[in-house]
Design a protein around this ligand. Structure first.
Ligand SMILES: Nc1ncnc2c1ncn2[C@@H]1O[C@H](COP(=O)(O)OP(=O)(O)O)[C@@H](O)[C@H]1O
Ligand SMILES: N[C@@H](CCOP(=O)(O)O)C(=O)O
Length: 319
């Protein structure tokens, strides 16, 4: 579960009195999620999310994330902006943590997405990128090649506790990506973590895109590769679903056409995306205490994806 910071009902009611959102009726901690503490709040007028940013979100990055959400919401994208209080402030301090009151979006995250949902997710990402073409603010991606090198170095020999030869596999992959990572593809603000649990849906329709706290400026097609790795396999990364893959890419390309260069780069970008989640999960796996509240995610699920993309080569994303 992910409620790291307990906030009393009295404190939440006091917080809400600064806003024009009605009076508190109920407040419940949300079990899902791993990064922040989230509560769902009911007032006599509506429903909201209260997010307290825990140590993984740098408070200095919050203005970037909030401006990005405002930009997307103003363009009709299904994202949850932070609400401003009566004094115009979006960021508060609650129990010593930066916190925001956020619009609640309806929908459920697909457990194992179907083909139609994968197409909708691809289309939603395409629309998101289309809406971000004129978003000028920059946030460097700390989880790109140099960040992966650093994570691999910090994990060190402990990678062998996760899988035999993992240190060697990671070193070889980093060398490959150093030599082949594209530098000329279109860049913009990207979501960078569009897993099914960050998409809310009713039937096959996307009703919400949430959790922008890895958003950054990077290669647009890399965001598509992250989404592909997240949506087109079973959870453990053992079986690839070619139909979901084709639907996701087609859904994206219908909203924002992919250039030949972007399409050609996808196999490499997908290897990078797999390595990114392999390494962040490996780091968490090695550094999360056994009695922690949060469930650790399996790094091997992304080692299997990496092996799949290495073996599949360039045919996978061919038209
Ligand atoms: N704006 C929102 N509207 C509806 N539900 C939300 C919203 N934001 C978060 N949630 C719920 O809270 C859960 C955790 O949110 P998330 O942002 O993924 O947390 P974390 O950053 O800790 O991973 C989501 O799975 C979803 O159920
Ligand atoms: N999507 C990442 C973990 C990040 O967690 P989130 O709850 O903030 O999306 C992974 O699967 O490794």
């Amino acid at each position: 579960m992910a409620v790291y910071t307990q906030v009393s009902a009295e404190r939440i009611a006091e917080l809400l009195s600064r806003y024009d959102v009605g009076t508190l009726v109920s407040a419940k901690g949300i079990a899902e999620g791993v990064e922040n503490s989230n509560y769902v709040l009911e007032t006599d007028r509506s429903r909201f999310i209260l997010t307290l940013y825990e140590k993984r979100v740098d408070a200095d990055d919050l203005p970037f994330f909030l401006k990005l959400l405002d930009h997307l919401a103003a363009r009709g994208q299904p994202v949850p902006p932070a609400i401003a209080d009566k004094a115009g402030r979006q960021i508060q301090s609650v129990n010593g943590k930066p916190a925001c009151l956020i619009v609640f979006l309806p929908g459920l995250s697909p457990g194992e997405p179907n083909v139609a949902q994968s197409r909708s997710a691809g289309a939603a990402l395409g629309k998101l990128h289309q809406s971000l073409i004129d978003f000028a603010d920059l946030r460097p991606n700390t989880l790109s090649l140099p960040g992966w090198h650093e994570l691999a170095r910090r994990c060190g020999d402990a990678l062998e506790e996760i899988a035999p030869d993992l240190g060697k596999i990671v070193a070889e992959e980093l060398a490959f990506l150093d030599a082949n990572w594209p530098s000329e593809l279109p860049r913009s603000a990207i979501h960078a973590d569009l897993f099914p649990d960050n998409v809310l849906m009713l039937d096959d329709k996307v009703t919400g895109i949430i959790d922008f706290y890895f958003a950054c400026t990077d290669i647009r097609a890399y965001d598509l590769a992250v989404t592909h790795a997240a949506w087109c396999f079973d959870d453990e990364g053992r079986s690839f679903d070619a139909e979901r893959s084709a639907a996701l890419i087609a859904g994206y390309a219908e909203q924002l056409p992919l250039s030949d260069d972007e399409r050609e780069a996808l196999p490499i970008l997908a290897r990078g995306a797999s390595l990114r989640f392999l390494l962040t999960r490996a780091w968490d796996w090695l550094n999360t205490p056994d009695d922690a509240l949060v469930t650790r995610k399996d790094p091997a699920a992304f080692l299997r994806r990496l092996e799949f993309y290495r073996a599949a080569g360039s045919e996978l994303f061919a038209r």
